[in-house]
Design a protein around this ligand. Structure first.
Ligand SMILES: [Zn+2]
Ligand SMILES: [Zn+2]
Ligand SMILES: [Zn+2]
Length: 373
């Protein structure tokens, strides 16, 4: 009796142990499998850096990098409200339909399908308060359920997607009178960009259009004057042609001339030779003059000249056919052979008819002779 109870107890214990192991394994299987440190290009929300003096406004750009395909995002910035005031969010970046909320320092974007877009999510504009001093960290945060993928999905129809975050910084420098240095205008050439004249503050590094630091240049690419590119024209000598830039003399595409067919300038007649010339079909260079021989007959003769040239080729093509070359001088090969075959058949039929007739005649003659006997 005791043995039986003991056995029962042991088997129950075993069952419990097996169930417990299964549960633990299951829990392990559902733990997050994404390891950010193993990913060299992780999906990232990144905020830029800026600097300014108290009273200035500065802009920070929030960007999305290495998008694996998501159905939406919502990102919030945390910052020191005693030193900084968020005055605007421009959400007209790479994500159309993104909506900003300045009061909450939030910008969000929903999509109906998984989307791989990368780029600017929003530009945040901060005013630096008078009390501000030193560096300010601008923290990028998001709620895991606000960044999701439609595929593959969890039970609720979406799947959370892990993103790294890169915080921004606003460095507050002392109020100063800008100390401007002129960057002189530079004309662009064929291959290098030039620039308009502008001024740079040696203290804060800001760029200005004017020497009084009244108009700041926020987009530094706006001073660039693009390279003009080469202005190539064809040049040539007797053997080759090439392209040469009229501005800087750069040479490229040096190649042999390509001869044209004879271009007829004066048509030949029976009495008089014609004139023509040969050009390069690529650069147009005049390569040589050509004298076109007189025509042998007033008209039609020019077309007879090509014929002797084409005949050798047709006779050479008839050579493989072979058997009856003399019969097929002016005819295509196949036709001649077919005709020969037909005449042979006619001959055989004729021969059969003749033989048959001879047989009939012989038979009739023999019968008559027998009847005569
Ligand atoms: Zn300055
Ligand atoms: Zn050039
Ligand atoms: Zn040429």
């Amino acid at each position: 009796m005791f043995k039986k109870t003991c056995k029962k107890f042991l088997s129950i214990l075993l069952c419990v142990a097996v169930l417990a192991t299964c549960t633990v394994l299951q829990a392990l299987a559902f733990s997050p499998t994404y390891d950010p440190s193993a990913d060299t290009n992780p999906p990232t929300f990144a905020l830029s850096k800026a600097q300014g003096a108290p009273g200035d406004t500065v802009k920070l750009e929030l960007s999305l990098l290495n998008n694996p395909g998501i159905g939406g995002w919502k990102v919030k910035l945390n910052y020191d409200e005693s030193a900084l005031e968020l005055i605007n969010i421009d959400a007209n970046g790479a994500f159309s339909g993104a909506f900003p909320n300045v009061e909450k320092a939030v910008v969000g974007w929903p999509s109906a399908v998984n989307d791989n877009t990368n780029g600017t999510m929003a530009i945040f504009e901060f005013k630096i308060k008078d009390s501000a001093k030193g560096d300010y960290n601008i923290e990028v945060v998001y709620d895991s359920k606000d960044v999701y993928s439609y595929s593959p999905v969890d039970i609720d129809g979406t799947r959370e997607v892990y993103f790294e975050t890169v915080n921004g910084t606003i460095t507050v420098i002392e109020k100063h009178t800008h100390s401007l240095k002129l960057v002189e205008e530079k004309a662009p050439d064929c291959v290098s960009d030039g620039n308009k004249a502008y001024y740079v503050c040696e203290i804060c590094g800001k760029w200005f259009e004017d020497e009084n630091a009244e108009t700041e240049i926020s987009d530094q690419s706006s001073v660039v004057v693009p390279a003009k590119g080469h202005s190539y024209v064809w040049k040539y000598d007797e053997k080759v042609h090439w392209q040469e830039c009229e501005v800087c003399g750069d040479k490229t595409k040096t190649e042999d001339h390509v001869k044209s067919e004879t271009i007829v300038d004066t048509t030949p007649t029976a009495d008089k030779e014609g004139k023509g010339h040969i050009d390069c079909t690529v650069c147009g260079a005049h390569l040589s003059d050509v004298v076109i021989p007189k025509t042998e007959e007033p008209s039609g003769e020019p077309t007879t000249k090509p014929e002797p040239e084409t005949n050798p080729s047709s006779s050479s093509s008839s050579t493989p056919g072979g058997n009856s070359s003399s019969l097929v001088t002016n005819n295509p090969d196949g036709k001649g052979v077919v005709e020969t075959g037909a005449s042979e058949a006619v001959f055989i039929i004729f021969a059969v008819v003749v033989l048959a007739a001879a047989g009939v005649i012989t038979a009739v003659t023999v019968k008559k002779k027998r009847a005569n006997r």
